[in-house]
Ligand binder design. Structure first.
Ligand SMILES: NC(=O)c1ccc[n+]([C@@H]2O[C@H](COP(=O)([O-])OP(=O)(O)OC[C@H]3O[C@@H](n4cnc5c(N)ncnc54)[C@H](O)[C@@H]3O)[C@@H](O)[C@H]2O)c1
Ligand SMILES: [Zn+2]
Ligand SMILES: [Zn+2]
Length: 388
């Protein structure tokens, strides 16, 4: 089959690789009809998450069930499914406590310690050997472990584009808001107007937001956030002091909930990046610092942007003094996916309006480059294996 194979940073190729096969009675093989490139893929692409050997990328995918193992009784050949990005068994302590990203059974590097150079959580599709070394879904076919727990059947009337983001970015944006337990009327500052930030904005309105402030440094992304009504107000952090402005908009206090939807690849000079690398830090915590500053005293900071290592100057004193709550995690997709599928099916949530590029799978290397460089007004790239 054809797949997008990561070889080394900035070197992703469209290549022929062996077809995946059922390896366990709980596996399924899915023929991928749509797959997307995620900001998280860029961390591998840019070398911040190391991957020493070649690997098929991709953790956002959906398609048609081709074959199921003997223990998969809930799916059959021909079903159209969307697949959550964390690989979770559904039976261990964490899976039965609504923490599928902490599944104990899907990653040989698993352990209680946590962190890039220590032990990891659940396996993830196409997301380095650290996360289980599973081949991903930017391919014509994908092996889906624990297929009796993860994939969800998609109603016929929904297009792939409508359902695809249930794999990751919609539940991720939703988690960022849900973790703050909103009751309605909250103000939000969302740092990062990329796909994840936009999904957080949609989720905030669904949960009764009074104000949603979008912050980014890319004018075209701010324009999309504003044009589509995702944000009630946008701030270009490269042109003005975002924190001053946020405080001015919130009677000097700051927002009830600040979301970091940027992660460790916030803009920084090459020199600063080198300095961080010398200290064994992957990227920087600039966006997290902004989110902590933007939140009001007693407020909530949701960190869905990905961070890899430990970081110097983590603002613990500020968090303590302000009495903030902070939660950072990969999204528990399995927990939210059914509720979100309902919202999409009933038209209460629309996720596909952020797609700017649809390409054949063969165009994946270009898609990575354009998305990474934020060229051609790119917000979200969807790849179609059937078009290749
Ligand atoms: N927690 C999860 O489960 C989960 C799931 C998906 C993605 N993610 C992570 O979420 C983050 C965002 O993903 P994405 O797909 O939207 O990526 P993206 O790269 O498209 O978006 C990031 C945005 O941050 C902006 N940005 C950079 N520096 C900034 C700064 N100083 N201030 C404000 N904005 C700044 C960029 O211009 C860009 O628009 C990534 O770190 C990704 O790994 C996490
Ligand atoms: Zn993702
Ligand atoms: Zn489990």
């Amino acid at each position: 089959m054809h797949a997008l194979v990561f070889h080394k940073p900035h070197d992703v190729r469209f290549e022929t690789v062996p077809d995946p096969k059922i390896q366990d009675p709980r596996d399924a093989i899915v023929r991928v009809t749509s797959t997307a490139i995620c900001g998280s893929d860029l961390h591998i692409y840019n070398g911040l998450l190391p991957q020493p050997k070649s690997m098929v990328l991709g953790h956002e995918f959906m398609g048609i069930v081709e074959e199921v193992g003997s223990e998969v009784t809930n799916l059959k050949r021909g079903d159209r499914v969307v697949v959550p990005f964390p690989i979770a068994c559904g039976r261990c302590f964490f899976c039965t406590h609504d923490l599928p990203v902490a599944c104990e059974s899907s990653n040989e590097n698993y352990g209680p310690e946590g962190g890039l150079v220590r032990q990891k959580g659940a396996g993830l599709f196409g997301y380095t050997d650290l996360y289980g070394g599973y081949d991903g879904g930017q391919a014509e076919y994908a092996r889906v472990p624990f297929a009796d727990f993860g994939p969800r059947v998609v109603p016929e009337e929904l297009t792939d584009e409508q359902a695809l983001f249930l794999t990751d970015i919609l539940p991720t944006g939703w988690a960022a808001i849900d973790w703050a337990r909103p009751e309605g009327g909250e103000s939000y500052a969302i740092f990062g107007c990329g796909p994840v930030g936009l999904m957080a904005m949609k989720s905030a309105w669904m949960r009764g937001a009074s104000q949603v402030i979008g912050v980014d440094i890319q004018p075209y992304r701010l324009a999309m956030a504003e044009r589509a009504g995702h944000a009630s107000m946008v701030i270009d952090a490269s042109k003005e002091d975002a924190i001053e402005r946020i405080r001015a908009l919130t009677e000097g206090r700051g927002v009830d909930v600040a979301v970091d939807a940027v992660g460790m690849e916030a803009d920084e000079s090459r020199l600063a990046r080198l300095g961080h690398m010398l200290k064994a830090q992957a990227g920087n915590i600039k966006a997290l610092e902004l989110a902590v500053r933007a939140a009001r005293r007693g407020g909530f900071v949701s960190v869905v942007g990905v961070y890899g290592t430990d970081y110097d100057r983590f603002p613990l004193g500020q968090i303590m003094d302000k009495g903030l709550q902070l939660k950072a995690a990969q999204a528990p997709v399995h927990v939210y996916i059914d509720e979100l599928l309902e919202h999409i099916a009933h038209g209460r949530l629309v996720a596909n309006d952020i797609i700017t590029h649809e390409l054949p799978l063969r165009g994946g290397p270009l898609g990575y480059d354009v998305f990474n460089q934020k060229r051609d007004d790119c917000v979200k790239v969807v790849l179609k294996p059937e078009w290749s």
